[in-house]
Design a protein around this ligand. Sequence first.
Ligand SMILES: Nc1nc2c(c(=O)[nH]1)N[C@H]1C(S)=C(S)[C@@H](COP(=O)(O)OP(=O)(O)OC[C@H]3O[C@@H](n4cnc5c(=O)[nH]c(N)nc54)[C@H](O)[C@@H]3O)O[C@H]1N2
Ligand SMILES: Nc1nc2c(c(=O)[nH]1)N[C@H]1C(S)=C(S)[C@@H](COP(=O)(O)OP(=O)(O)OC[C@H]3O[C@@H](n4cnc5c(=O)[nH]c(N)nc54)[C@H](O)[C@@H]3O)O[C@H]1N2
Ligand SMILES: [Mo]
Length: 764
Amino acid sequence: MKDSNKIDTQVQHITVSEPKEWAAGVPAVLSAYKNTTLKAGAIKGTRLLFGLNQIEGFDCPGCAWPDPLGKKATFEFCENGAKAVADEATNKKVTADFFAQHNIAELRTKSDRWLNSQGRLIAPMWLAPGQDNYQPISWQDAFSLIAEQLNILESPDQAAFYTSGRTGNEAAFLYQLFVRKFGTNNLPDCSNMCHESTGIGLDETIGIGKGSVSLEDLEHSEAIFIFGQNPGSNHPRMLGSLQAAKRQGAKIVAINPLDETGLKRFKNPQEVSGVIGDGTTLRDLYLPVKINGDAALLKGLCKALIAWDSPEQPILDHDFITQYCEGFAAFKADIEQTSWQEIVQASGLSQPLIEQAAKIASESKKTICCWAMGITQHKNAVANVQLMTNFLMLQGNLGKPGAGVCPVRGHSNVQGDRTMGIWEKPAPAFLDALQKEFNFSPPRVNGVDAVDTVHAMQAGQVKVLFALGGNFYRAMPDHQANEQGLAKCELTVQVSTKLNRSHLHTGKQGLILPALGRTEIDQQASGVQTITVENSMGVVQTSHGKIPPASEHLKSEVAIIAQLANHTLPNDSIDWLGLSSDYRLIREHIGHVVPGFENFNQRVEQLGEFVLPNAVRDARQFATATGKANFVVNAIEPVEVPDGCLLMTTIRSHDQFNTTVYTNNDRYRGIHGGRKVVFISQADLTRLGLEDGQRVTINSHWPNDKVETRQVTDFQLVKYAIPEGCCATYYPETNDLIPLGSVADRSNTPAYKSVVVSLQLSAS
Ligand SMILES: Nc1nc2c(c(=O)[nH]1)N[C@H]1C(S)=C(S)[C@@H](COP(=O)(O)OP(=O)(O)OC[C@H]3O[C@@H](n4cnc5c(=O)[nH]c(N)nc54)[C@H](O)[C@@H]3O)O[C@H]1N2
Ligand SMILES: Nc1nc2c(c(=O)[nH]1)N[C@H]1C(S)=C(S)[C@@H](COP(=O)(O)OP(=O)(O)OC[C@H]3O[C@@H](n4cnc5c(=O)[nH]c(N)nc54)[C@H](O)[C@@H]3O)O[C@H]1N2
Ligand SMILES: [Mo]
């Protein structure tokens, strides 16, 4: 098959140095300042850095980590937040001339980094049927074209409406309302590729798809287990919270096939000691789990706790289990039947090491589990989440201060978008409330998620794909399937801030609609608008753009949706344009429809932020089928890796935001000058007869695959401390290797982190 990595035509000159021993500190400050001022200019750059995460500033688009309630630091510094801001505030622009000069075929040969570095999209562009170049189109004509294409569909279910997670609450609410009034629940989103497994796993165990801890809980916890997360690069502000927890005496356990720098030692750039001192050691114990070995490890942790528990020295919280839980007997029996041999084999960790971690848990009265993509993007991801929750339940670590579940979200408003109804499987109660508020009958049949959208496009069942942000084509696995599907579409629309590969793989017609970013002032008929977002811990906050828009032709996402609705649903009972002229009117409706948002306007105007109710955290109430917190029996089902193959995981570098690549460096892991690398152990190099520094072709193998060969070429081997049998590559360079059908059970999330591969030396 085609190797889309050929697009990266630049020759790589990769240099490799030892991974770093500590994160942040002065290099991070310098890197952030340089990045922001280089791209945005000195004055604008400085203004932006100081506007980050302030009460009157804008919410950082870098990640969903919360800020301290009511007392935002004057300058909560985060290197990677600054990079995200600088990338949006760049002074470079992609003009109509640019599209006249570069046709689609040529742009496809450029790297993701090159595409992004061309600057901000500033005008609506149209790729007409059969054309090689995008051409300018007026906003009015663009909306008419979309409306026409939507209205000639035989059924509203022939359109799908994707959302990436930067969209604010007001735009998200209006969007799902439009989509449901149009008549479909086809609302795939980036959550489908991200924390979907978390939502499904938690819903069944504790009755709420979100986390149960606050920032304060984290800082007052006695033990924090961090599974499959690299906060040093992806949630840098979390390191400050971990440092605070450490200072209160918490123990930190890191569970990761890679010993990530950010969890080793942290020099807090907000403190003088962080600039000149040695910083704080974060993790007390590191467990180099095999890729996909977490379920086995969790069973081992539970096994040790259950075995050590006795009437004389109780370790389990029997009162909690009796009063609040269901299914303990079956769970206990299953854990007792699971042998240490199976646990050690599947996790790659010795029994004494697992017991050392269990000891930390047994000595803690307040334990938190944090996790991210290392847990959620596997075939058995839902089981991972449930086992983690059950591990906490054994000691009553839910709904008490300093304890609980802490899934760390990705995009800055991915959680809020879900709360606002961006979901292909909406709860009936949400639809009932929507029906009552707007007096229409929302569709009740579930829609398609991200993976099923591609299947539906391939089958000719979805003919229009509208994307509110993101880079659907590049973020999804299996570009071949995606290309086949997209080619069958009549129209694809991308609402975007920056140029990306999704603009280059379109339906028969393609549209780019340029949108305002989070950093920019949003002026509507009633004045300058405020938007709101919800962070990873259920806190709703305001966000105010600080700088003038990159172009006067940009529209806000709210305005784009309102115009779209106005064109597509003429004579509708909803005054769409009226709503977009004053976002307070949208918040008024949200207050009536979404529980926890009562008096929304009043609360955000008076307080700037508020905490959403959380039944698990606030009252130990569990809205599950049993009304209790459920223990669930989950088998350890390791991915089968044939002889001679490795299990590959895909990870983010320090210098990227998802599919947006800022530079080809990964400072903490010691990689400079290229991204086509394979992190591999010395043991595997020796076993496979390979050497550090050699170039290889990576082939992927999946038993149910209909595609004969999936391969990417010219990757450099980098000897690295990673468990035997495992390797790691950067996302998205290896997304072609992941078949569309390789997904997590029940959540349908692509198994991006369990890819069976073999390596073949490149012909030199
Ligand atoms: N700067 C920056 N910030 C970001 C993003 C970004 O790209 N750049 N992306 C945002 C988004 S959308 C998200 S979802 C988050 C992602 O944040 P993370 O989940 O931290 O991102 P990943 O790089 O995918 O890393 C997952 C971690 O899991 C480990 N891992 C891989 N496989 C396994 C496994 O089988 N078991 C265990 N225990 N660990 C494993 C990897 O070594 C890595 O440390 O970050 C958000 N914030
Ligand atoms: N192999 C592999 N694949 C993965 C993952 C992985 O770990 N491994 N992670 C998955 C995860 S967790 C996620 S969340 C997805 C990410 O999938 P997406 O969210 O679809 O992708 P992004 O790269 O975040 O999207 C970047 C684009 O969003 C647009 N954009 C940025 N800001 C704004 C804005 O404010 N408004 C609008 N309208 N557009 C904006 C820009 O045009 C930019 O090019 O990728 C998934 N893919
Ligand atoms: Mo994500």
